[in-house]
Design a protein around this ligand. Sequence first.
Ligand SMILES: *Cc1c(COP(=O)(O)O)cnc(C)c1O
Length: 468
Amino acid sequence: MSRRHTNARHTTNLDDTLSLNPVFVRPGESTELPKFTIPDGMSLPETAYQIVHDEAMLDGNARLNLATFVTTWMDDEARRLYAETYDKNMIDKDEYPQTAAIEDRCWRIIADLWHVPDVDNAIGTSTIGSSEAAMLGGLALKRHWQTRRRAEGKPTDRPNLVLSTAVQVCWEKFLNYFEVEPRWVPVTEEHFVFDGHDLESYVDENTIGVVAIMGVTFNGLYEPVKTIAKKLDEIERRTGLDVKIHVDAASGGMIAPFCQPDLEWDFRVPRVVSINTSGHKYGLVYPGLGWIVWGDTDALPDSMVFHCSYLGGDMPTLALNFSRPGAQVLLQYYNFLRLGRAGFRQIQQSSLDVAGYLSSSIARLGPFELVSKGDTIPVFAWRLKPGYTDKWTLYDLSDRLRMKGWLVPAYPMADDLAEMTLQRIVVRAGLSHDLATALLHDIDSEVAFLDALDSPMPREGTGSHFHH
Ligand SMILES: *Cc1c(COP(=O)(O)O)cnc(C)c1O
C-alpha cells in the first residue's frame, strides 16, 4: 500500500483545460479538453475513462482515512451484488416490488434490534443517510405538535427543539430549513455530553421534542437517553408537558444492539418515539443509505405519508427525495444475511478492540489526554494536556500525519468549548491491529519531531479536516 501523501492537489482545478498525453490519443483526436464547458466533440470511451479514473486516483487513500464514519470496504459478493443492481431506483416500487419488499424486511429487522414493542405497529423507511432520516424525524415531531396545538386552539408559530450544541450539522439544517427554533444545551467541562441537567429550563409548551445522540460526532460518546427520559418524566409530572425523544443513533444504532445489548437507549425507553441510523456507517454498506423507524405508527402523522397501491396492498412512502438508488438497500439485506447477529458483533467488537488499543496507547504517549476511549462506538478523541507545549498544536500533528498519508483530523469542540482543540480517530472495519500499530509508530515519531523543534511552528489558518 502506498503511504505517499497524495491528497494536497488543490491546484488541479486551476487550469481550465485537461491535457492528454498525445501517445494515448488516436491520430486526429484532440489532446486538450475543456474542464468547465462540455467538449464540442466526442472522445473515445477509453480516453474519457482514463481521464476520470486518473483524477479520482488523486483522492485520499480510503484505508488511511480515519476521519470518515462511512464504509469504505465491502466484500467481493457485496460488490458483485452492487454491480448487478446499480440500475434499481428505490422509488419504483411497482417495477421493483422485490426491492421494496426487502426494504420492508430491513427496517423491520432494525426495528427488532431496537426493541420495538410490536413490529406490526411500527413503521420505518430507508433514506439517503441519517441526514434525511433526521429531517423526517424532526418533521414528524413538528407536525405532531402542530396538530395537537391546533386542536387546543393554541398558536403554532414558535416551535422549538431541545438539543446539544454538539449535534451533527444535519440538525442545524433541520432547524434552518424547517424553521424550528433551537434550544441549545451547551456542552461544558462538567456536562461534556447532554445528560438532561436543567432540562426544565429549556422545555416549554412550544417544545416539539428532544434529540438525544447515540455516538456524538465530536468524541463518540453516548448521551444517556434513559436519564434524559427520566428527567422528561419528572417534567411531565410537574407541568403536564409530554415531550418525546428522537434518538440520533447514526453510529450507535448499529453498535449498541450488538456490543452493549443491556444498555437501554432505544424503544425500551417509552419516551423514545423515533430513531435514525446510517446504513452506510456501522451498517457496513457503501455510501447512500440511512434508516428511520417510528416505534408506533401514531408517532408518524398520516399527513407525511404518501400512499401508493402499486403492490396490490398499501405501500406507504415517505422521503424528501423521489428517485434514489435501491442497490444499497439490497446490500444492507446482504449484510444482515451474511453476518447475522454473530458476524455484526464480531466486526463491531474488533473495531472497539482496535479503538481501545489505540486510545490507551495514545494516552500513554505523554502529551495527550483522552476525552473518550472508543468504548461506546469505536470513535475516540483526545486533546493536548493543558500546558504541555507552546511549540505545536494538534493541527500541526494532523498535518504531519497527513504527510504520511494518515487522515486524522483536528478540530474545535462544539460552540461553548470551541477553544478546546480535539483530534479524533474513527475506527472502521479494515483498520487492523497491524495498521493501528503503524499509525501509533507514526504518531510517536511525529510527536518526537514536533517536540524537538527549536521554536514554535508558524501559525497559519488552522485548516480543519473535520468530517461529521
Ligand atoms: C454522520 C452523522 C449524521 C449524518 O449522517 P449521514 O448519514 O452522513 O447523513 C447525523 N448524526 C450523527 C450523530 C452522525 O454521526
